[in-house]
Design a protein around this ligand. Structure first.
Ligand code: CA2
Length: 145
Protein backbone atom coordinates (compact mmCIF):
# COMPACT_ATOMS: atom_id res chain seq x y z
CA UNK A 1 0.00 0.00 0.00
CA UNK A 2 1.21 3.54 -0.79
CA UNK A 3 2.46 5.24 2.35
CA UNK A 4 2.52 8.83 3.63
CA UNK A 5 4.20 10.05 6.81
CA UNK A 6 2.86 13.18 8.53
CA UNK A 7 5.27 14.73 11.04
CA UNK A 8 4.36 17.40 13.56
CA UNK A 9 7.14 19.21 15.41
CA UNK A 10 7.50 20.64 18.90
CA UNK A 11 4.53 22.04 20.83
CA UNK A 12 2.00 21.03 18.18
CA UNK A 13 0.65 18.55 20.74
CA UNK A 14 -0.82 21.69 22.40
CA UNK A 15 -3.05 22.51 19.43
CA UNK A 16 -6.59 23.38 20.39
CA UNK A 17 -5.64 24.16 23.99
CA UNK A 18 -3.87 27.55 23.67
CA UNK A 19 -3.40 30.41 21.18
CA UNK A 20 -6.47 29.44 19.08
CA UNK A 21 -6.32 32.89 17.44
CA UNK A 22 -3.08 31.80 15.76
CA UNK A 23 -3.33 28.02 15.51
CA UNK A 24 -7.10 27.31 15.49
CA UNK A 25 -9.42 25.30 17.71
CA UNK A 26 -8.80 21.83 16.35
CA UNK A 27 -6.65 19.42 18.31
CA UNK A 28 -3.84 17.45 16.73
CA UNK A 29 -5.94 14.34 17.13
CA UNK A 30 -8.81 15.99 15.19
CA UNK A 31 -6.42 16.87 12.36
CA UNK A 32 -4.81 13.43 12.29
CA UNK A 33 -8.17 11.64 12.32
CA UNK A 34 -9.41 13.60 9.32
CA UNK A 35 -6.18 12.97 7.41
CA UNK A 36 -6.43 9.27 8.22
CA UNK A 37 -10.04 9.05 7.00
CA UNK A 38 -9.31 10.88 3.75
CA UNK A 39 -6.16 8.85 3.00
CA UNK A 40 -7.96 5.56 3.73
CA UNK A 41 -10.75 6.49 1.29
CA UNK A 42 -8.12 6.75 -1.45
CA UNK A 43 -6.35 3.55 -0.42
CA UNK A 44 -3.30 5.18 1.14
CA UNK A 45 -1.67 4.18 4.40
CA UNK A 46 -0.86 7.19 6.60
CA UNK A 47 1.15 7.47 9.80
CA UNK A 48 0.88 10.70 11.82
CA UNK A 49 3.52 11.38 14.47
CA UNK A 50 4.39 14.28 16.77
CA UNK A 51 7.53 14.88 18.78
CA UNK A 52 9.04 17.67 20.81
CA UNK A 53 12.50 16.22 20.11
CA UNK A 54 14.59 16.99 17.02
CA UNK A 55 16.38 13.62 17.08
CA UNK A 56 13.10 11.71 17.20
CA UNK A 57 11.83 13.57 14.12
CA UNK A 58 15.10 12.75 12.35
CA UNK A 59 14.83 9.06 13.29
CA UNK A 60 11.33 8.94 11.76
CA UNK A 61 12.53 10.67 8.57
CA UNK A 62 15.41 8.18 8.31
CA UNK A 63 13.06 5.24 8.81
CA UNK A 64 10.81 6.58 6.03
CA UNK A 65 13.76 6.30 3.58
CA UNK A 66 13.80 2.57 4.11
CA UNK A 67 10.14 1.56 4.48
CA UNK A 68 8.77 2.65 1.11
CA UNK A 69 7.16 5.90 2.26
CA UNK A 70 6.24 7.90 -0.85
CA UNK A 71 5.86 11.32 0.78
CA UNK A 72 6.45 13.22 4.00
CA UNK A 73 4.13 16.04 5.01
CA UNK A 74 5.95 17.95 7.73
CA UNK A 75 5.21 20.86 10.01
CA UNK A 76 8.60 21.18 11.70
CA UNK A 77 7.21 23.97 13.95
CA UNK A 78 10.07 26.01 15.51
CA UNK A 79 12.67 23.60 14.06
CA UNK A 80 11.70 25.02 10.65
CA UNK A 81 13.79 28.08 11.48
CA UNK A 82 16.72 26.40 13.22
CA UNK A 83 17.31 22.82 12.15
CA UNK A 84 19.98 22.03 9.60
CA UNK A 85 19.80 18.47 10.98
CA UNK A 86 16.18 18.04 9.87
CA UNK A 87 17.08 19.54 6.47
CA UNK A 88 19.94 17.03 6.13
CA UNK A 89 17.63 14.12 7.01
CA UNK A 90 15.04 15.29 4.46
CA UNK A 91 17.76 15.66 1.83
CA UNK A 92 18.50 11.96 2.26
CA UNK A 93 14.82 11.06 1.70
CA UNK A 94 14.02 10.48 -1.97
CA UNK A 95 10.24 10.90 -1.95
CA UNK A 96 8.06 14.01 -1.99
CA UNK A 97 8.32 16.50 0.88
CA UNK A 98 5.59 19.04 1.60
CA UNK A 99 6.16 21.64 4.33
CA UNK A 100 3.03 22.88 6.11
CA UNK A 101 2.52 25.74 8.53
CA UNK A 102 -0.78 26.52 10.18
CA UNK A 103 -0.04 30.23 10.40
CA UNK A 104 1.28 32.50 7.68
CA UNK A 105 4.85 32.64 8.92
CA UNK A 106 5.60 35.53 6.53
CA UNK A 107 3.09 37.74 8.34
CA UNK A 108 4.79 37.09 11.69
CA UNK A 109 8.15 37.88 13.32
CA UNK A 110 11.10 38.08 10.93
CA UNK A 111 12.83 35.05 12.52
CA UNK A 112 9.93 32.92 11.19
CA UNK A 113 10.50 34.10 7.59
CA UNK A 114 13.43 31.78 6.97
CA UNK A 115 12.92 28.03 6.66
CA UNK A 116 15.75 25.49 6.36
CA UNK A 117 13.17 22.87 5.38
CA UNK A 118 12.02 24.96 2.38
CA UNK A 119 15.46 24.33 0.82
CA UNK A 120 14.28 20.71 0.36
CA UNK A 121 10.50 20.93 0.23
CA UNK A 122 8.77 20.24 -3.08
CA UNK A 123 5.83 22.34 -1.90
CA UNK A 124 5.19 24.78 0.95
CA UNK A 125 1.78 25.71 2.39
CA UNK A 126 1.38 28.39 5.05
CA UNK A 127 -1.50 30.27 6.59
CA UNK A 128 -4.40 27.95 5.72
CA UNK A 129 -4.74 26.51 9.23
CA UNK A 130 -5.42 22.78 9.35
CA UNK A 131 -6.66 22.94 5.73
CA UNK A 132 -3.00 23.17 4.78
CA UNK A 133 -2.44 19.55 5.81
CA UNK A 134 -5.42 18.47 3.72
CA UNK A 135 -4.23 20.44 0.68
CA UNK A 136 -0.84 18.75 1.07
CA UNK A 137 -2.46 15.33 1.34
CA UNK A 138 -4.59 15.87 -1.78
CA UNK A 139 -1.52 17.05 -3.71
CA UNK A 140 0.50 13.99 -2.67
CA UNK A 141 -2.31 11.55 -3.52
CA UNK A 142 -2.69 13.08 -6.97
CA UNK A 143 0.96 12.80 -7.90
CA UNK A 144 1.67 10.58 -10.85
CA UNK A 145 3.45 7.31 -10.12
O1 CA2 B 1 2.42 28.04 11.87
C1 CA2 B 1 2.96 26.96 12.13
O2 CA2 B 1 2.45 25.87 11.87
C2 CA2 B 1 4.31 26.94 12.86
O3 CA2 B 1 5.09 25.88 12.31
C3 CA2 B 1 3.99 26.69 14.32
C4 CA2 B 1 5.20 26.76 15.24
C5 CA2 B 1 5.98 28.05 14.99
O4 CA2 B 1 7.19 28.03 15.76
C6 CA2 B 1 6.34 28.23 13.53
O5 CA2 B 1 7.03 29.45 13.37
C7 CA2 B 1 5.08 28.23 12.68
C8 CA2 B 1 4.77 26.74 16.70
C9 CA2 B 1 3.93 25.56 17.08
C10 CA2 B 1 3.42 25.78 18.46
O6 CA2 B 1 2.11 25.27 18.53
C11 CA2 B 1 1.31 25.63 19.56
C12 CA2 B 1 -0.01 25.28 19.47
C13 CA2 B 1 -0.88 25.62 20.46
C14 CA2 B 1 -0.43 26.30 21.56
C15 CA2 B 1 0.90 26.67 21.67
C16 CA2 B 1 1.78 26.32 20.67
Amino acid sequence: MKKILVLHGPNLNLLGTRQPEIYGHETLEDINNRLFERAALEGWEIACRQSNHEGQLIDWIQAARLDGTAAIIINPAAYTHTSVAILDALNAFEGTVIEVHLSNVHKRESFRHHSYVSLRADGVIAGLGSQGYHAALEAVMRQPG
